[in-house]
Ligand binder design. Structure first.
Ligand SMILES: *Cc1c(COP(=O)(O)O)cnc(C)c1O
Ligand SMILES: [Zn+2]
Length: 409
């Protein structure tokens, strides 16, 4: 199946075999399009591959020898047992992407993007990250033999930065003076430095792989959910899933798209502000230092967030902002279900709770929260949440008996 790149703004078409980031004509974002002509979804159903590579037929073509995989994708869709009862919504699911090779859903995108880079002969790559994308890129680049440069936001925690270095990524800590400077630097460096970038959306390939969680959810439920709750930083995850469901609609598998809920920290909720104004464009808002949700703390949207807003409007979804307090409560709710999530992932669940309370999600509907990153990504938050040290115990049976009595067990 033929794939090509097409500019969002001027419509220019470009070869998918060349390392394009932004449109050379107008600087717009590029999207992979396909000539679906002879494509048959049966091909996917018959695939014996696991994870995201089961859907290889729905990606740009990559030869076997260039595939860089660590077993990403194919994660469990866990049905809620406690939160669903508490909220009176029976069908709540958690797509548990904390179980990825580097602990976040970024691995879907980097497995595909690094494989693609090998396929087209890219020799080095740059990305920008609050931590998780950097670790994922560093791991896949290491495995694929691609030198990597990773610009990390200065708010990234040391556990995340150390993980990137463990995989051998070249890290630099990025400082900026004004909002929008990072976006400007990244966009300008496409033209001026020519280094291939792996930043969400500036790289047109990463979010192609995020389609796979739409496919996986569809296969497991046998239908599209009514609503999906995404924690949104750049929105590559939400956009990829939206694209995946649009493809499923094209194949005649689903008759309507899930309502896409974009969840951000209250502190940087530029999409919520845009939706409140019914605007098709978002602008800089808030300050990314004012939330614990580091992986989704983005105070200025890339290219005015037009893709994300169009997905929200077209599916009759919404954009929500959640406070750190709501996020911590949602982390505890997820923990009761047996899922340890970092604050940014729990934001999706906080968004769902808000949507139930405000009547935006009805009790008979099916909802999926994308749980994007492991609790171990932000150990500092876990320590603060745990509070007092646990009791100390001598290693004898009497002390243990006393403990059990105290616990009334
Ligand atoms: C990157 C990330 C997000 C946000 O993903 P986008 O595609 O940038 O919207 C959410 N949660 C976690 C844990 C992440 O690492
Ligand atoms: Zn263009």
């Amino acid at each position: 199946m033929e794939a090509y790149l097409k500019c969002d703004i001027c419509g220019k078409e470009l070869s998918v075999k060349e390392p394009w980031n932004l449109c050379p004509q107008c600087g717009g974002l590029l999207e992979v399009n396909y000539e679906w002509g002879h494509f048959h979804p049966e091909k996917v159903r018959k695939s014996t591959r696991k994870g995201i590579w089961k859907y290889r037929e729905c990606f740009p073509e990559i030869r076997e020898e260039n595939i860089v995989t660590l077993g990403e994708g194919g994660t469990p869709l866990v049905k809620s047992v406690h939160l669903s009862r508490k909220l009176g919504v029976e069908h709540i699911y958690f797509k548990n992407d904390t179980l990825m090779p580097t602990g976040s859903f970024k691995d879907r995108g980097f497995s595909l993007a690094v494989s693609y880079a090998k396929e087209i002969g890219v020799k080095r790559g740059i990305t920008y990250s609050s931590g998780n994308a950097g670790a994922s890129f560093a791991a896949y680049a290491a495995r694929g033999g691609l030198p990597s440069v990773i610009l990390v936001e200065y708010i990234a925690n040391s556990a995340k930065v150390s993980a990137i270095r463990l995989y051998g990524g070249n890290v630099a800590i990025l400082h900026y003076r004004k909002f929008g400077e990072i976006e400007k630097m990244l966009e300008e460096s496409v033209q001026k430095l020519g280094a291939y970038q792996f930043v969400n959306f500036i790289n047109p390939i990463r979010h192609e792989a995020m389609k796979t969680y739409a496919y996986e959810i569809y296969e497991e439920l046998g239908k599209a959910p009514d609503a999906m709750f995404h924690p949104v930083g750049t929105g590559g995850g939400l956009w990829g899933a939206y694209k995946g469901f649009r493809e499923l609609a094209r194949f005649g598998k689903v008759s309507r798209l899930p309502r896409m809920f974009c969840v951000q920290p209250d502190a940087t909720a530029h999409f919520r502000e845009a939706v409140r104004n019914r605007s098709g464009q978002a602008s800089a808002y808030g300050d990314c230092r004012n939330t614990i949700a580091q992986s989704i703390a983005s105070d200025s949207p890339l290219k005015k967030g037009e893709r994300i807003l169009s997905a929200v409007y077209e599916t009759d979804g919404d954009a929500l902002g959640v406070t750190d307090e709501e996020i911590v409560d949602a982390m505890r709710e997820l923990a009761k279900e047996g899922i340890g999530a970092e604050p940014s992932s729990a934001a999706a669940v906080a968004g769902l709770i808000q949507a139930v309370k405000s009547g935006k999600l009805r009790s008979d509907e099916t909802a999926v929260c994308i749980v994007t990153g492991s609790a171990l990504k932000q150990p500092g938050v876990l320590e603060r949440m745990a509070g007092q040290d646990p009791p100390k115990l001598y290693a004898d049976v009497n002390s243990l008996r006393i403990l059990l009595e105290q616990l009334k067990l």
